[in-house]
Design a protein around this ligand. Structure first.
Ligand code: 5GP
Length: 201
């Protein structure tokens, strides 16, 4: 049996990581999505237990105290964390798990699970990122500047990632991420038991 993969998708806001994450999950049923806990309020249309588990700061701090998180980070003034138990259950059931989290969270996961696969999704350049953020029309000028500075700080940590995919055309990006996952699953070290089983037949 292959051991389940921990696949972490990172990238600045506006690079399209959410779209990539959702598209890959839709195409690859053996991968399950990790549902994070957050202290931010639900946005319109978001559902408890589907998008996030929404908790108060006090509840969140209690979860930290009880060691319930695989990783936790503060992003844009709110806390976000990955519940450990759900991930462990999913892996134990034989599925892979995909996380869409920030770079600080990715660093914590890599430190605990060196076998995790860290993929950075980036626009072809910063000009494109700025244009995409402006095109959304959701950010104030100040928030735009914060996000662009944040994007640079995230990209500066590129050495910690295993892969970077430049998101020019979304279909190509999704295909590349899928190719990375297929290649990772085909690694010899992830298939030794199966190979030995075949040899023992
Ligand atoms: P949003 O509030 O727009 O849903 O997410 C804001 C940011 O928080 C995104 O960059 C997202 O990747 C990050 N994020 C979401 N869930 C988690 C998590 O469980 N852990 C960490 N470290 N970051 C997260």
């Amino acid at each position: 049996m292959n051991k389940g993969l921990l696949i972490v998708i990172c990238g600045p806001s506006g690079a399209g990581k959410g779209t990539v994450h959702d598209a890959v999950l839709a195409c690859m049923p053996q991968i399950r999505r990790s549902i994070s806990v957050t202290t931010r309020l639900p946005r319109e249309g978001e559902v408890e237990g589907v998008n996030y588990y929404y908790r108060t700061l006090a509840q969140y701090q209690q979860m930290i105290a009880h060691g319930e998180f695989l990783e936790t980070a503060s992003v844009f003034d709110n806390y976000y964390g990955t519940p450990k138990a759900a991930v462990m259950e999913t892996l134990a059931s034989g599925y892979d798990v995909m996380f869409e989290i920030d770079v600080a969270g990715a660093r914590q996961i890599k430190a605990k699970y060196s076998e995790s696969i860290l993929i950075f999704i980036m626009t072809p350049d910063f000009k494109t990122l700025e244009a995409r953020l402006r095109g959304r029309g959701t950010e104030s000028e100040a928030s735009l500047k914060t996000r662009l500075t944040g994007a640079r700080v995230e990209l500066m940590q590129y050495q910690m990632f295993d892969y970077i995919v430049f998101n020019d055309k979304i279909e190509d990006t999704v295909m590349r991420v899928e190719a990375i996952i297929h290649a990772e699953k085909s690694r010899i070290r992830r298939n030794t038991e199966r190979i030995e089983g075949i040899l023992a037949e």
